[in-house]
Ligand binder design. Structure first.
Ligand code: FES
Length: 98
């Protein structure tokens, strides 16, 4: 059975605020995986949303998580902080290091 290409998950555009580096960010994978595939050096450790080593801040855009409560506080979420190791993009985004 062939897959209808219109049902492919979208690929968004990610960009680093500090360098302007742009990269493809497929909706079905983490921001960290997309940055790694683009050769972008980003800190990572646990890769499960608990240690906060990878924390960054979205300048624009939105992300989603597969776990109900990633290691972010109530105050950090509305301020755009995210954990790229487990965050998946919902649209084009710009992210900055913290
Ligand atoms: S690497 Fe630990 S929270 Fe992302």
């Amino acid at each position: 059975m062939t897959r209808d290409s219109s049902q492919q998950p979208p690929v968004f555009k990610g960009m680093l605020q500090d360098t302007g580096a742009a990269f493809a960010a497929p909706a079905e994978q983490s921001l960290f995986s997309s940055m790694r595939q683009a050769g972008i050096d980003w800190p990572v450790s646990c890769r499960n949303g608990t240690c906060r080593t990878c924390i960054g801040q979205l300048v624009t855009g939105e992300v989603a998580y597969d776990i109900p409560w990633p290691g972010l506080s109530l105050e950090e979420k509305p301020d755009g902080y995210c954990l790229p190791c487990i965050a998946r993009p919902l649209c084009d985004f710009v992210i900055q290091r913290t």
